[in-house]
Design a protein around this ligand. Sequence first.
Ligand SMILES: *Cc1c(COP(=O)(O)O)cnc(C)c1O
Length: 366
Amino acid sequence: MISFLDLKAINAACRDELLEACTRVIDSGWYITGNELSQFEQAFAAYCGAEHCIGVANGLDALTLTLRAWKETGRLKEGDEVIVPANTYIASILAITENRLIPVLVEPDETSFNLCPEKTEAAITARTRAILPVHLYGQLADMPALMDIADRHKLLVLEDSAQAHGASISGRKAGSWGHAAGFSFYPGKNLGALGDAGAITTSDAELAQTLRALRNYGSHEKYKNLFQGVNSRLDEIQAAMLSVKLKYLDAQTAQRREVARLYREGIDNPAIRLPHVVSEEQHVWHLFVVRCARRDALQQHLAGLGIPTLVHYPVAPHQQAAYAAWNDRHYPVTEQIHAEVLSLPMGPHLRAEQIQAVIRGVQDFH
Ligand SMILES: *Cc1c(COP(=O)(O)O)cnc(C)c1O
């Protein structure tokens, strides 16, 4: 049987180390903001090539709290505009509206599905203060071009790196390009905890300090509250799990790249458009997303062969009930992407014969 993603198998590969780490935390008697968290924060900051890492409860909080921190320190204010790709997962946009900032939805580049530098620059107004690029499906957005735009227009850049742990351009990883980056360690992400977890990376010391307070009731030292903060901490037990799993991330990324290489080599069905790869290092293959005009028929065909697939994502943010005021807007590129995408099984759990079965299944679709 082929699984879309098999977390049990992925975690089984380091089961003994995970158990050992669990035991260490249980026996320590210390469960919140301790050594496990600071060790993971240091390791992950170093991995990304950023000065600081601040663990939080999940990826959405990582994005929301970063924008909030910029408001608290006077770099953003209510009503400021934030440019974001129209085809992102809704969390990127929730982080903006939660802060009473205005999302400016921009159509993605048609081949990479990531924020298009030209359309981004064209969307800048007198009220634009930030850009929130999303490294969708694991491929880093065109950060050199976007940072150049941000520098020229004095804009803040928050990378949504929830799908792109370890992706890089010229050796520089996701999480080290923008002024800050939000990561998710949701179990199914490339680096996944055994529950919810997230983090922000940044090389801005003031931002890091503000975030450490915000995640902990706005308190920088016990019983003194600088901000009206929240409770969004990364538990010791999850930090310990993540420290174990971080050691395996690069090897698992290499396995994902091999699956992607085989898919790209083996699939040449004219009804299917393969994902566009700018460069090998730029993509860590959180998802392998093909496009097909008859997407639902392709999905059914594969399901009939026992090949599970998913749609990321079926409904665009501007068409959601949550953003009813935007429902009559049209973003043709985004809408077409949502109508045509299909994610094939992807992950380090896939065996050679399973990969070949997926390729055969896709090739047999007429
Ligand atoms: C998963 C994800 C998030 C949110 O992360 P959670 O940990 O689930 O809150 C944000 N943005 C993108 C692009 C994601 O894929």
